[in-house]
Design a protein around this ligand. Structure first.
Ligand code: GAR
Length: 212
């Protein structure tokens, strides 16, 4: 196990995504978990796993840039190889994203480039989409737009509500996010410009895992 590969996880809430990363026993060390909200369940999950935690409340900073500068300072004390957004519900400023381009990943609940932004499950149901899913992607300066590494795709059922769809999507996110992180930790994935290479081959699109 390459425990020299250090990850810092950023979250804002429940931390079920973090829990899936902890439980997957990845070839990596989760060096710290940082939340922009106090007392959230995600922090408790980290404490239970003996991972150092920090709360950096965005509300006390005058601007987005000031908060992001403090966040960057804190992250850099851990010198992570990878920064993992796990339900971190903040838009990050351009300097922050540029600083970590290629080392900053997110999981977004849609089949990107479709359904960027919020309320993806509701919008998918409203549009009568037959398929929905989740995407693991590198973060760039545009919202939910960076190169996509891996997607989980599943059918939308006629019986689905926002809640049932969210639950089914989350279950798959808990498989694909740890998988993508392990590929990165093993050095199998590399970003060159805005192109992803897997095992030294240019990926023409994301790896898609179908759960039909
Ligand atoms: C996850 O479903 C993730 O896809 C979503 O937040 C949830 C976090 O769940 N992220 C976004 O919507 C980012 N745009 P958690 O708090 O239980 O880990």
């Amino acid at each position: 196990m390459n425990t020299n590969y250090r990850i810092v996880v950023l979250l804002s809430g429940l931390g079920t995504t973090l829990q899936s990363i902890i439980d997957s026993q990845l070839p990596a060390t989760i060096s710290a978990v940082i939340s922009n909200k106090a007392n959230v369940l995600g922090l408790k999950r980290a404490e239970d796993a003996n991972i150092p935690t920090h709360t950096l409340e965005h509300a006390i900073y005058a601007s987005r840039e000031e908060f992001d500068q403090q966040l960057q300072k804190l992250i850099d004390t851990y010198q992570p190889h990878l920064i993992v957004l796990a339900g971190f519900m903040r838009i990050l400023s351009e300097p922050f994203v540029k600083q970590y381009y290629g080392k900053l990943i997110n999981v977004h609940p849609s089949l990107l480039p479709k359904y960027k932004g919020m309320h993806t499950h509701q919008r998918v149901i409203d549009d009568g989409e037959p398929l929905h899913g989740s995407s693991v992607h590198f973060v760039n300066t545009e919202l939910d737009s960076g190169p996509v590494i891996l997607q989980a795709r599943l059918p939308v059922l006629s019986s689905d509500s926002v809640e049932s769809l969210e639950m089914r999507i989350k279950t798959k996110e808990h498989l694909i996010y740890p998988t993508a992180i392990s590929w990165l930790a093993e050095g199998r994935i590399e970003l060159k410009g805005d192109e992803i290479y897997m095992d030294d081959k240019n990926m023409s699109g994301p790896v898609v895992m179908d759960y039909m």
